[in-house]
Ligand binder design. Structure first.
Ligand code: 1GP
Length: 249
C-alpha cells in the first residue's frame, strides 16, 4: 500500500497520524539518535524531512540514519527544489496555493518534474497553505508571499476547496516552524469540513493538548518539529495524545 493510500485509509477510519519534522540543519546528530529511539517507542507514523536551507550531504546522512535505526517511513518536505534524495520513501510535491508567487505555484515544478517522474519516490501533490502565526517565519521570507491572516477562516476554506478541485491530493496548513500562534482550531474545522482530502496541520504546536485539539478539530496529520527539537521527550506524550483521537468519519 502506498503511503498516500495509508493516509487515506486512516482518514476514512477517523484515526490520526503523527509526524515528527526533522530539519537536518537544526538537529545535532547526537540528538538524532535519541529522537529516533523515542520515535520508535512512541510509534510515530512518519518523518517529514525538510527545512528552508538544508544542504544535501546532511539530508542523505539523516535519511540513512533513519533507515538504519527505524522502520518509520520518510517523506521529503522540501524547502526548495534542490532538496531531493532517493533515499527517502516519498515527497510532498508542494504548490504554495496561499501565495501568488508563480514560481512556487508551478514554476519550480516544471523544472523538477522530469527528475521526479524518473525517481523511485512516491510523489504526493500537496496544496501548501501558509497561515499567519504571529511572527514572520523563514518560509514567508524565503517564499516572498503573504500568509493567510489567521482570522480569515473563509479565505482558508476557499483556498483549500480550490486546491481540492484542482486535483491536489492533500492540504497542508502551516503556521511556519516556531510560529508564535499555532493555527486556530476554528480554521482547521472550517477547512476540514469543506474538503474531503487529508489535511495536514503544523507550525507552533508545543503541547500534547494542542496537538489533540487540532486532531479533534479535523486535522488528519499533525506535524511537530520545533518543540521536539527542544525537548525530544515530548514525542511520547504527543504521540499518545494524537493517537488517542478517533472520530466518526
Ligand atoms: C513547520 O509545520 C512544521 O513547517 C512544524 O512546525 O517546527 O513549529 O513544530 P514547528
Amino acid at each position: 500500500m502506498s503511503l498516500y493510500q495509508e493516509i487515506l485509509a486512516s482518514k476514512k477510519s477517523g484515526e490520526k497520524k503523527f509526524v515528527v519534522l526533522i530539519d537536518p540543519d537544526k538537529l545535532r546528530l547526537g540528538k538524532l539518535d535519541n529522537v529516533l529511539q523515542l520515535a520508535k517507542e512512541a510509534h510515530v507514523d512518519y518523518f517529514f524531512i525538510g527545512g528552508s536551507l538544508i544542504v544535501n550531504d546532511m539530508l542523505d546522512m539523516v535519511l540513512e540514519s533513519i533507515k538504519k535505526n527505524t522502520n518509520i517511513p520518510t517523506i521529503l518536505f522540501p524547502g526548495n527544489s534542490v532538496q531531493l534524495s532517493y533515499k527517502a520513501d516519498a515527497l510532498l510535491f508542494l504548490s504554495l496555493i496561499s501565495g501568488r508567487n508563480a514560481e512556487l505555484l508551478i514554476g519550480k515544478h516544471v523544472i523538477t518534474a522530469p527528475y521526479l517522474k524518473m525517481s523511485p519516490l512516491e510523489i504526493i501533490s500537496t496544496g501548501y497553505m501558509l497561515i499567519d502565526g504571529g511572527v514572520p517565519t523563514t518560509v514567508t521570507y524565503m517564499s516572498n508571499t503573504m500568509p493567510i491572516p489567521s482570522s480569515k477562516d473563509d479565505i482558508a476554506m476557499s483556498t483549500g476547496m480550490a486546491g481540492e478541485l484542482l486535483g491536489l491530493k492533500m492540504l497542508y496548513m502551516d503556521a511556519g516552524s516556531g510560529a508564535k500562534n499555532p493555527i486556530p482550531t476554528s480554521m482547521i474545522d472550517a477547512v476540514s469540513s469543506a474538503t474531503d482530502i487529508p489535511l495536514i496541520v503544523g507550525g507552533g504546536i508545543r503541547t500534547p493538548e494542542k496537538a489533540e485539539e487540532n486532531a479533534r478539530a479535523g486535522a488528519d496529520v499533525i506535524v511537530v518539529g520545533d518543540a521536539i527539537e527542544k525537548d525530544p521527550q515530548l514525542i511520547m506524550e504527543m504521540s499518545a495524545a494524537i493517537h488517542s483521537v478517533k472520530v466518526n468519519a
